[in-house]
Ligand binder design. Structure first.
Ligand code: DAH
Length: 350
């Protein structure tokens, strides 16, 4: 090997071994193998040599080239590994540190209220059931004894999907039907969820939330309904002597039907819940209509029961003094900081 090439090899090896980052190594690679690189230049010179010389020198240069390439590869791996470990070190999470305070995110009062309501009913033995937001006419209306042409359909301001075969459920009552198609009585279910009506003003949003209840068993009567709802209202509003009254009403899926009012009074301009002489309507209820049971193939001579439905936003506004319905869905972080609930607060309550 010519002295010159030997020197060059040593020089390049030293450069590679001194490289301390990938960028540096890359520039060495170009310096050696680039268009006018140290080795490239030698390769170019081969063409001017005699065939014999070319063979001998060519082999020498090729050997050097292979050796340097290998060194470059090895160094590349070492530098790469180093950079990864450095990065990992920087990004390491100390899991022994105490958790960050949870003041950066809050639960919407809707989530909180649903958790509170379902928890109270769970303690009374109700199980949570869910149904789809996109319903069909049969489950949302017909099976609930609201046949086509029934005036109640007009009251519901239904959002229909493209070809009218599906709709956005206008209430959570279809979960009664869906559950009875799957489970036979006796049963007690509580069904929270989103509901939709084409209505939007100060006191209506096109999407809102309801919670449905259904209890079916042998020998269930109106007094069970009264006791259950009174216990719920008093526990939810945390007022032991809260007046609760049942006012006759009409719903196609219950007979008899009632609306439930709770006691309230005006304190300055605010409405407060409690014993004060005035009444506030909060939910609908009744004994499940025998036609509904028939649609669900439940023997109404054997099983009876009660159902109820309550609006979540209204409960939340009354309990937590939230003045404006629309604010629930504006995603205003300042509002959420004011009216929202910490996750830990929620866990403690439950
Ligand atoms: N589905 C009714 C509504 O949206 C609420 C309701 C009333 C549900 C009475 C019931 C009930 O289960 O028994 O207005």
């Amino acid at each position: 090997m010519s002295e010159e090439l030997e020197k060059l090899e040593k020089q390049i090896e030293e450069k590679i071994s001194n490289a301390n980052n990938l960028e540096h190594l890359n520039s060495i690679k170009i310096e050696v193998f680039g268009k006018k690189g140290l080795i490239t230049n030698h390769l170019k010179l081969l063409s001017g040599l005699s065939e014999n010389e070319r063979k001998i020198k060519g082999k020498v240069i090729n050997d050097i080239k292979n050796k340097i390439n290998q060194l470059l590869q090895e160094k590349n791996k070492t530098l790469n590994d180093n950079e990864i470990s450095k990065k990992l070190e920087k990004e390491e999470i100390d899991i022994t540190l105490s958790p960050r305070p949870f003041d950066e995110g809050k639960l919407n009062p809707i989530t909180q209220t649903i958790a509170e309501v379902t928890t109270i009913f769970q303690k009374m033995g109700f199980e949570t059931a869910l149904g789809p937001d996109i319903e069909d006419d049969y489950h949302n209306f017909t099976a609930l004894n609201i046949p086509p042409e029934h005036p109640a359909r007009q009251l519901h301001d239904t959002f229909y999907l493209k070809n009218n075969s599906k709709l956005l459920r206008t209430h959570t009552s279809p979960v009664q039907i869906r559950t009875l198609e799957k489970i036979k009585p006796p049963l007690k279910i509580i069904a929270p969820g989103r509901t939709y009506r084409a209505d939007s003003d100060m006191t209506h949003t096109p999407m809102f939330h309801q919670i449905e209840g259904l209890s079916l068993d042998i020998n269930i009567n109106m007094s069970h309904l009264k006791g259950c709802i009174m216990d719920f209202c008093r526990e939810f509003f945390e007022i032991d002597d809260l007046p609760v009254r049942f006012r006759p009403s009409f719903f196609p899926f219950t007979e008899p039907s009632a609306e439930i009012d709770i006691g309230c009074f005006k304190d300055k301009k605010e409405i407060k819940i409690g014993n004060g002489g005035s009444w506030l309507e909060i939910m609908g209820c009744g004994m499940v209509h025998s036609k509904v049971l028939k649609y669900c193939k439940v023997d109404s001579n054997k099983y009876q029961g009660f159902a109820f439905g309550v609006g979540v936003e209204r409960l939340a506004m009354l309990k937590y003094g939230i003045p404006d319905l629309r604010s629930f869905f504006e995603s205003d972080i300042k509002w959420l900081n004011n009216f929202g609930f910490s996750i830990f607060e929620n866990i403690e309550k439950i």
